[in-house]
Write a protein that binds this ligand. Sequence first.
Ligand SMILES: *[C@@H]1O[C@H](CO)[C@@H](O)[C@H](O)[C@H]1NC(C)=O
Ligand SMILES: *[C@@H]1O[C@H](CO)[C@@H](O)[C@H](O)[C@H]1NC(C)=O
Ligand SMILES: *[C@@H]1O[C@H](CO)[C@@H](O)[C@H](O)[C@H]1NC(C)=O
Ligand SMILES: *[C@@H]1O[C@H](CO)[C@@H](O)[C@H](O)[C@H]1NC(C)=O
Ligand SMILES: *[C@@H]1O[C@H](CO)[C@@H](O)[C@H](O)[C@H]1NC(C)=O
Length: 532
Amino acid sequence: ISLLILSAALTLFVPVLTSLRAKECCPSWEGDGSPCGASSGRGFCKDVEVPDQPDGPQYPFSGLDDREKWPLVFYNRTCQCTGNFMGFSCADCKFGYFGVNCNEKRESIRRNVFHLSRAERIRLVSYLNLAKQTTSSDYVVATGTYQEMENGSNPMFADVSSYDVFVWMHYYVSRNALLGGPGNVWTDVDFAHWGPAFLPWHRVYLLHWEHEIRKLTGDMSFTIPYWDWRDAQGCDVCTDELMGGRSPQDPSLLSPGSVFSSWRVNTIKSNSNSGMLCDAGGEGPLRRNPGNHNRNVVERLPTSAEVEFTLSLINYDTGAVDRGANMSFRNTLEGFGDPQTGLGNSSHMSMHAALHVFMNGSMSSVQGSANDPIFLLHHAFVDSIYEQWLRRHRPSPSQYPDSDAPIGHNSEYHMVPFLPLHRNRDFFISSKDLGYEYSYLLDANQRLAESMRPYLEELQDVWPWLLLAGLCGGIAAVTTAAAVLTAKRRYGGSSWLRVNKWKDLFALPEREPLICSGDTEETKARNYNTTI
Ligand SMILES: *[C@@H]1O[C@H](CO)[C@@H](O)[C@H](O)[C@H]1NC(C)=O
Ligand SMILES: *[C@@H]1O[C@H](CO)[C@@H](O)[C@H](O)[C@H]1NC(C)=O
Ligand SMILES: *[C@@H]1O[C@H](CO)[C@@H](O)[C@H](O)[C@H]1NC(C)=O
Ligand SMILES: *[C@@H]1O[C@H](CO)[C@@H](O)[C@H](O)[C@H]1NC(C)=O
Ligand SMILES: *[C@@H]1O[C@H](CO)[C@@H](O)[C@H](O)[C@H]1NC(C)=O
């Protein structure tokens, strides 16, 4: 595959053919019809430069895998966007920028999934489902290697849904290297795991994913929520309201009450050592059996103490910067370093990896894991730990290795399989510089305001009812007051008393919203405590 990323107008075979053969991916920007929006100064078509720093010894081949020197096997010219523009045709804005001219900077907040309002939870599930049901208009995925495509003259692509584009990307970046022939694969290679690019790559992945959902739904305020799994006893997001409960019939399937029970997965089987690329076909239902995993591999979900130990490691990555790295923040957070000793090549899996194993289903294979939407909530939290580490240790850019990292992981390497191109080191920076923030990392005042938000939103929904209740109460009060006053007039009484009565009577219905806001105070306080 290439995840050949082509604009909607280019999904026809002929332009794919030309662009693949010419190795040029510089689609026209719809706004002015010029390649890369060049006429409007959004960008220009440029030769791709790939770094020549040596890779680590883990992958002993060269010239064999389409992902080497990404994206040169497919393209040697792509759009280079200027200013705040981004995208394969410079049609989009850089992360954190909005507006027609991409000059509105706005910070998005990723929130704890349990602090979302009811309406936001419903929105989350329906957006995910919409993405799963909608064929991507921007991307097709390749179903053959470049060689099988006869150097571009025989394109092999399939249409997939917007959601499955992302499943595919995760599969493609982590798949085995195909050495030719059935079963002839090299498994010790992964362009986004088992090395320093693990955190920057998944950061970009989530940002693009968020961006796609925004484009698909038109909801520019959408953010991926996170699941704070510290000290969790089980999969507490596995409810039908969120990521799907357990099926009463088969514990490894999802409950029919969840829309996710009808989802079909792909890229799972091709993990096996078949020596073939996944064809993006359906491969059965989403599987998940949380807690029914092999306890010799993972004892339990990560604890707060383990997260704290991981954050205390001062080096981003160490040694050969792979799964054997000792006292490496990256390796420990990824789950191959022991979060109590910091030693690599741990016999148990922990932290990030522990969640995948714990889910005992689609989530448990690296290449197929993004089929399960829990993936997004999980990786958002992993990314927030990465963010905490960046803020605490303020590493210089040179802490990220330039050379000798496992293939795909050097600082200048273009992340596979993204188009537009991104380099690993460009995402070794704070999320604030990429336009987003995590609600639990806000300072205390901002956090208090933030924790009020879902209640205020829900209050907005009930406000018309309160008003109606107030009005009805008001009418009743006026009637009562009129009766009382008539009685008073009839039986005598001073005018000041009359005025007082009116006031009291009108005060009554107005107290109703106060009962409600009293309620909010209480829940707010509870919520505030839990966000600390
Ligand atoms: C890019 O690839 C095309 C097609 O193979 C080739 O003709 C061209 O010379 C290449 N350009 C560069 C700068 O390598
Ligand atoms: C593809 O290109 C390579 C190198 O340029 C060449 O050796 C090979 O014969 C070509 N294959 C096809 C099917 O055109
Ligand atoms: C689920 O756990 C069982 C028991 O340890 C194990 O045999 C099986 O391979 C696991 N399945 C997946 C997909 O992780
Ligand atoms: C870690 O394990 C891998 C494979 O299991 C092995 O090749 C490597 O030498 C080990 N590294 C260390 C430092 O023990
Ligand atoms: C990590 O530490 C262990 C124990 O001290 C040692 O055996 C191993 O060689 C170290 N690995 C690396 C990559 O330095």
